[in-house]
Design a binder for this molecule. Structure first.
Ligand code: FAD
Length: 464
């Protein structure tokens, strides 16, 4: 209908950034149209990212915990793996959430359109829908177009070479899986396939896995996967892949060059913003060579009526950054005062052990020449960690030596992502070591390790 062809606010992309912005603007009274190429809402995060990966990691944890039961006096048999049922479980989780979003959109009268949008002017997009092309005019727009997996141009076109989306499809469990890239996504998927029975090799170009986190924080994960996987090759590049009966991969690393065969390759070497695919120049919106869209603290592009949020505006490419930026963009568009100005954005790998960090890392602080005091509380001294059989964990906190202010935190161990939230709050509220040390943490919990690290700074720690 004609009324559908105009939006007060048009949102391109229905991921965590896009749907949050759409809902917030609708709650503030705007007539919102939300466009996405996919048939379901939720973007990468809900459909092929955060959520399905966590559903599969839960399955992997069940398998791994059962396998380790013998160490605590309980043995289970070999797992019976029903791949269709596992896929069904994952799809059910995703379906609940994406279906829930549709309901939330309907309730707010946010109009959703399935199709791919391109700007044709500063106030108009053309949308390629399954039923043909449609023009939609808008007063304001928010670009939340997200990112896509980076492809390596020298890799052959072969169904056995997959990206994270292919890996989440769980079409088969290859005997020998090479994971290209030792970042968060590659390591999470490696853990899933290892639990399901694949023999895993990781190849990472840099000198550590999860390059954004400090080396000491990553060490317990490195130790665990080095013991379980076929190989974890650091400072190693893949230079060629030949597709025959198997995939023959040529490596180049410190030790020289070599070849090995795999049954599948997961390419997880990073994500590229989708900014260059929108015809943004027709709207006068700048896109960098890398495909990012530069924005100010109100998430405005160079065109004051067009905003951009989420993966498409820059690192870190994380869902919680997108949702917070989304609220700032929607509120600013609706005439409210808002700014995206976080002190810390947490990052995390939901591997086993988990790794989570926020604020300054030690590597960063040293590079910037900042005065710093680092306190590490090893989980070997935590009763709760010991009773879980997980003494390898670590809670690390960075303090300003003069004021005691918390500058950064990193945690390695089960539930690190949940535990980190306290440290993020501390950083955001400018808490100091005394605030944390005097906060009574429940005993026996892993959360005590944050209090202990702060007590170590204060000189009041009695547990070590
Ligand atoms: P996206 O979620 O990428 O959504 C963008 C949407 O825009 C897409 O649905 C796309 O179809 C649509 N679109 C693009 N261009 C157009 C167009 N021209 N017209 C119409 N629609 C368009 N982050 C975390 O914080 N925690 C995690 O645990 C986590 N795990 C992840 C696991 C995997 C395997 C992957 C791949 C990512 C993971 N991420 C995680 C990252 C997270 O998914 C992203 O940061 C988040 O989805 C970004 O949200 P967004 O709104 O910017 O865009």
């Amino acid at each position: 209908t004609a009324s559908e062809d105009h939006a007060d606010l048009l949102v391109i992309g229905a991921g965590p950034g896009g749907y949050t912005a759409a809902f917030r603007a609708a709650d503030l009274g705007r007539k919102v149209v939300l466009i996405d190429t996919r048939p379901t809402l939720g973007g990468v995060c809900l459909n092929v990212g955060c959520i399905p990966s966590k559903a599969l990691l839960h399955v992997a944890k069940l398998i791994d915990d059962a396998a380790e039961g013998a160490a605590h006096g309980v043995s289970f048999g070999a797992p019976q793996i029903d791949l269709d049922a596992i896929r069904g479980w994952k799809d059910q989780v995703v379906g609940k959430l994406t279906g829930g979003l549709s309901g939330l959109a309907r309730r707010r009268k946010v109009q959703t359109v399935q199709g791919t949008a391109r700007f044709t002017g500063p106030h108009e997009v053309e949308v390629a829908t399954p039923d043909g092309t449609r023009r939609i005019r808008f007063d304001q727009a928010i670009i939340a177009a997200g990112s896509s997996p980076v492809r390596l141009p020298f890799l052959p076109d072969d169904p056995r070479i997959i990206d994270s989306t292919g890996a989440l499809d769980l079409a088969q469990v290859p005997q020998r899986l090479l994971v290209l890239g030792g970042g968060i996504i590659g390591l999470e998927m490696a853990q899933v396939y290892h639990a399901l029975g694949s023999r895993i090799t990781i190849a990472e170009r840099l000198d550590q896995i999860i390059p954004g986190a400090d080396k000491d924080v990553v060490k317990p994960l490195m130790a665990r996967i080095s013991a379980r996987y076929e190989a974890v090759h650091l400072e190693t590049s893949v230079t060629a892949v030949q597709a025959g009966k198997a995939l023959t991969v040529s490596f180049e690393g410190k030790a020289g060059s070599w070849q090995a065969e795999y049954d599948a390759i997961l390419v997880a070497v990073g994500r590229r913003p989708n900014g260059a695919l929108l015809g943004a120049e027709a709207a006068g919106v700048t896109v960098t060579d890398q495909g990012f869209i530069p924005v100010d603290a109100q998430m405005r592009t160079g065109q004051p009526h067009i905003f951009a949020i989420g993966d498409v505006v820059g690192q870190p490419m994380l869902a919680h950054k997108a949702t917070h930026e989304a609220k700032v963009a929607a509120e600013t568009a609706c005439g409210h005062k808002a700014a995206f100005d976080p002190v810390a954005i947490p990052s995390g790998a939901y591997t086993d052990p988990e790794i989570a960090w926020a604020g300054l890392t030690e590597t960063q602080a040293r590079a910037e020449g900042r005065k710093l005091r680092v306190e590490r509380f090893p989980w070997a001294a935590s009763g709760r960690a010991l009773s879980m059989g997980r003494a390898e964990g670590l809670t690390k906190m960075l303090f300003d030596p003069d004021t005691g202010r918390v500058l950064g935190a990193a945690i390695t161990g089960p539930n690190a992502g949940e535990l980190l939230a306290e440290a993020v709050l501390a950083i955001e509220m400018a808490a100091d070591a005394a605030d944390l040390a005097l906060t009574i943490h429940p005993h026996p919990t892993l959360s005590e390790t944050l209090g202990f690290a702060a007590e170590a700074f204060e000189g009041t720690l009695t547990d070590l």
